[in-house]
Every structure is written in C-alpha cells, then in structure tokens.
Write a new protein. Structure first.
Length: 622
C-alpha cells in the first residue's frame, strides 16, 4: 500500500493537475483507513475535473462513511445523471437511503444493481439486511447465504446470517455458520453471544453457556447476553444460577425488559410466588403502560391461592390493553378452574373473535366440550385448531388421541403422518404415529417409526418398550422379551414394561417368573392395586383361584379398588365359594355410586336366578 502511495505521488509530481491521479490517491488512502485525507484527495480530483466518475464515487463512499450524507448524495446524483444504471452509484444511493431510514427506496436502488450485476456481494448484503428488517427471513437467508458462501470471513454478513437462522429456528445451521469464524473473532462479544445462543437452540447447553460466559466477560454491560446466559442455565436445570444472571441483567438498568420478564417467569416456574409477585410489581412500576406485569402478578396470585386478587390483576391488564389476549385467556382459565363454565366459554370466545385461530382458546374450548360430553363440539374445535395453526403439534396430537380412542386409527395415522412431514424428528410426533400404526395393525410401519424414535432418543426407555409391543404383536416373543428387558435395564420401575413382560411369562407358562414381577410391582407401588391384581391374575391363569382370592383380599386391605373387588368375586366364585357375591354387596354399601361393580352384581343375581333382585340393580344403573 505504501509503495502504491509512493508511485502515485511520483506521478502527481510530474502532473499535479491529473484528476485521475488524485482520485487514485484518494482511493489508496481510503483503503488505508484515513477517510479525512481521502476526502481531501477526492475533492482535489473533482476541482480539476468536476465530472470525474471515479472521484465522484470515491467522494460519495467516503462522505457516507463520515456521515456527510448531503455531500455524498450530490456526488451520487451527478454520476446517475451520466449513467442512471451505474451499479456502484446505485449501491451507494441504497446505502445512504437505508441509513436514513428508507429501506424501500434502498431496495429499489439495489434492484437496479442486481439486475445488472446479480452477484454484487455488497448489494446482496444490504438487501439481506433490508429483508431481515422487514421480517422476510427466507429472502434474507437466500441473499446472505450467497454472500457468506463467497466471503466466509465476512464477519458482519456471518453474524446477520446467523441471526436470521436463529429467527428461522435453525440453531444447528447458525452454529455451522458461526463456528468457522469464531477463532478469527475471538473478542467479538456479539458473535460469541450469537454462537452461544445457537448452541442453546440446538440443544448443546454446555457449549452455549461457555460462549455466552465469554461474551459476558467481553461486554459485561450487555443485558441481552446475561438474559441468554440465564436461558442456558435454565435449560441445564441450574435455576439458581439463572436467577443470578437475570438479577445482574436487571441491575444493569438499561434494555432490561426481557430480563425482568424472565426473572418473574423463573420465580413463577420455581413456585416462589411471593418473589414472583414482588418482581412483577417492580416490573409494573418501571412499565406503567404495559399490561404484561399485571398478567404476571395475576399468575403469582393464582399460585398463592388468591383468585380474587388474580382476577383483579388480569382485569387491570385488559384495562391497559383490551387486546392483550394472555390476560383474557387467564381469566378464562380462572373461570374454568372455579367451574364457571359459561364465563370461561365467553372469555375464550372473545379471544377467538379477536384472533379466530388462537390455539389456546380453541384447545380450551375443545377440553371443555370433552368434559361436558359434547364430542362433536370438541372435534370441531380440535379441527379448527389443527387447520388454523400450521405446524402446531398440540392439536394434531389431540386429534390423533381422539381418533384412536374411537377406533378410527386410519384417520389418526393420516394426521400423524402430516405432522411427521413437518416435524420429522419430533419424539412426540413419532410416538403418536407409531401408536396409531400399531392400533391400525400396520406392525411393520410401526416398527420403522419406533426405530426412528429410538435413534432420536437412544437413552430413553419408552422407544424400547414400544418396539417390544410391536414385536409381540408380530408374534416374535423372543425379540419382544429382549426389548422389555432392555427397557427395564434403563428404568427398572417401568410399569408398562413389567406388565408386558409378566404377560409374556404367563403366555410361556412361566408363572413363577410372572409372580416375581407382580411382587416387585407391589414393593414399588404398595398403595396401588396393579401389583395385587397382576399376582392374582397369574394365579387364576395357573388354575389356582383360591390362592388368587387370598391375594386379591390382601390387596383390598391395603388399597380400595373396584377392580380388585370384581376380581375377588370372580376368584371366590371360581373356587366354589357359595357366598362370593357378598364382597360385591359389602362394597356397594360403602360405594353406592360405583356403577361398574353394581353391573357385575346385577349380572351375578341374574345368573343365580334372582331376577327381581337383578332388575332392581339394573334400574339403579339407569
């Protein structure tokens, strides 16, 4: 660079009135970073030749950098008069317009550049920034990706592209973009914070915390970094550390809205309702026009079992902003909790009037309809939630359950497959799809789905258990046993796997092994009927009804269970006990509302020839 200056000076010494020479010197000095000197050289060039395009463009670029917008625009206008489609002039015009808050005008100028020079990287970078500011993340992603692919060390472009990827929910891609340049920008707090956030979003909490801590060291006043760091600690289960980071962020005193919000939410999550209320009140004092703090105060009052105060806060939030839906939804939930279903329905319907596809309102109305036995209404709301919230998992899972419960597995499979197309690696979706395929007796498809679930969640017991169920359905008991045993190796108390393994043992005439499993369950769940029921059922299968009756009777001494009552009656009857129905009568005296046991008693009377007694019992069922 110094050699270039030396050569230019020699040329100017020979011809000091060379406009081109002064323009070249201005450009060389600009590249060295001395903008003031460069500006003087461009001015000299223009004094010698006012319509020198390189000098005009150089002057425009330098003056934009120096903040002299008016002077820069005059130079750009002169070039555009000479050549309206000049790429660099239009690019500089776009930069000026963008900085002055006219992104639409800037985009129009950039379109001229990119029409003539489609790969002009600076224009693509500014266009990406404009698209990002407008929320057009996919277009911004396309533009910035081209820039970063061509200039992988362009730190500004890399940071913006990573920010876009995070907005698109693509944490892993953001990591892939940032990681190669982090060593070259080891002191760039913003880049390190982005990288830490990207790691958090991709589920790598330890790495995320590492980079966010480094960013916080470099820029200790950045409240946003502290807030992201708190998120990392929360994801890692380090709630106390998260609170410390959020308190630090709040203490910084600027740009702390998100930190104060999160600190209140963390206290609510920890069920520290007094602290949450205190923080929400402070939050409200700092943000007197915001409905959000009142909504948080209402949530804290709910936790403190003070519904009247909670209702007052939710109403206060709506006074601040009548369109603030979280408070209206919370009022609906409060009414529902108090069994005021008409008021709850009105709150949810008001939410839908404002936002017809509101997921929470539709799901709440579906839940209420189900609770009231209105199946068609429930289905209507679930379908609206599913159709109106593209990509939402909650209504899809609810519809899958709805159809499976009503023995319509084909419909359940269809919905689950739609979800899988959008969420191919979501464990809940794969679980729902596999169970629907199992219900539909499409065992090989279920096997493939549960294998995919196992690959995604290799350390969890549930995929192994589900694979065992499929192998059992395929009449492959050996393989089924292996999967159930693998499940129990990870989670020895997995009830469903123990029951499935016990049934296999019974099927293979291994009654002693099945009995051991039943006794293990009784130790694990002494206050639950399931272990006693299993042991008695195994004995019944082995042709030992008297022994089974003793087990059921022993279970009833420890836990009240209508299923044990019915099982005891059946065992005593099988053992030849003439007054076996006595256990049913005794139970019904203490539990007259138990319709299931009463139905068994009515059937027993009918079988014994006591038709009048049976009719009496059947009438009580109506």
């Amino acid at each position: 660079m110094d050699k270039a200056v030396e050569l230019t000076d020699k040329a100017l010494a020979i011809n000091p009135k060379s406009s081109e020479g002064w323009a070249v010197k201005g450009e060389i000095v600009r590249q060295k970073g001395d903008l003031t000197a460069a500006n003087a050289h461009f001015d000299k060039a223009l004094s010698l030749r006012p319509l020198n395009p390189p000098a005009l463009l150089g002057s425009a670029g330098v003056n934009l950098a120096l903040g002299n917008t008016e002077k820069a625009n005059k130079a750009i206008d002169q070039v555009l008069k000479l050549s309206p489609s000049h790429p660099l002039a239009n690019y500089l015009r776009a930069v000026g317009l963008y900085r002055n808050g006219d992104p639409d005008g800037a985009a129009e100028a950039l379109q001229v550049v990119l029409h003539n020079v489609p790969d002009h990287l600076p224009s693509l970078q500014v266009m990406g920034a404009i698209d990002f500011s407008k929320g057009r993340y996919e277009q911004a992603d396309q533009a910035l990706s081209r820039v970063v692919n061509a200039q992988p060390d362009n730190i500004a472009a890399v940071k913006l592209l990573a920010t876009i990827q995070l907005q698109l929910g693509q944490g892993k891609k953001a990591v892939e973009i940032l990681q190669p340049v982090q060593a070259k920008a080891a002191d760039d707090a913003q880049l390190l914070a982005l990288l830490g956030t990207a790691y958090l979003r991709s589920g790598q909490n330890a790495e995320g915390i590492k980079y966010l801590e480094r960013a916080a060291e470099l820029d200790p006043q950045a409240a946003g970094v502290r807030t992201q760091l708190a998120l990392g600690h929360l994801a890692s289960g380090e709630t106390s550390q998260a609170v410390k980071e959020l308190e630090t962020a709040v203490d910084l005193g600027k740009n702390v809205f998100q930190a104060e919000l999160m600190l209140t939410l963390v206290h609510l999550r920890k069920q520290d309702f007094d602290l949450a209320l205190k923080q929400a009140k402070t939050f409200a004092e700092k943000n007197p026009d915001s409905p959000l703090p009142h909504n948080l105060s209402g949530a804290a009052y709910l936790g403190l079992e003070k519904p009247a105060e909670a209702r007052a806060e939710f109403n206060m939030a709506l006074e601040k902003d009548a369109r603030f839906l979280p408070a209206r939804m919370n009022l609906g939930r409060l009414f529902e909790r108090e069994d005021k279903l008409d008021e709850a329905r009105q709150a949810y319907q008001a939410t839908l009037k404002q936002q017809p596809s509101h997921l929470g309102a539709l799901m709440s109305l579906a839940r209420m309809a189900t609770r009231q036995g209105q199946e068609k209404e429930a289905l209507k709301y679930l379908q609206k939630a599913w159709e109106g919230n593209d990509g939402a998992i909650q209504p899809g899972l609810a519809l899958v359950r709805y159809y499976n419960q009503r023995k319509q597995p084909l419909r359940a499979v269809s919905i689950a497959q739609e979800m899988k197309a959008q969420h191919p690696d979501n464990p809940q979706v794969l679980n729902a799809l596999g169970l629907s395929q199992l219900e539909n007796k499409d065992y090989h498809a279920a096997l493939s789905t549960f294998e995919a679930l196992r690959r995604i969640s290799p350390d969890l017991p549930q995929p192994l258990y589900l694979l065992g169920l499929v192998r059992k359905a395929l009449e492959q008991p050996k393989e089924a046993r292996q999967y159930f045993e693998k499940t129990l190796a990870i989670a020895k108390d997995h009830l469903a796997a123990q029951l499935a393994l016990a049934r296999l043992e019974v099927q293979e005439k291994n009654s002693d092994a099945a009995l051991r499993i039943a006794q293990n369950i009784q130790q694990q769940l002494p206050d639950d009927a399931v272990g006693y029921r299993l042991e008695g059922d195994v004995l019944m299968q082995a042709g030992k009804p008297a022994a089974a009756a003793k087990v059921y009777e022993n279970g009833l001494k420890k836990v009240e269970s209508p299923r044990l009552v019915v099982a005891l009656y059946a065992a005593q009857k099988k053992a030849g006990k003439t007054d076996s129905h006595t256990v049913l009568v005794t139970w019904l005296k203490e539990h007259p509302e138990d319709l299931a046991v009463r139905a068994v008693y009515a059937s027993a009377l009918q079988e014994a020839g006591n038709l009048q007694g049976a009719v009496t019992q059947y009438q009580k069922l109506l």
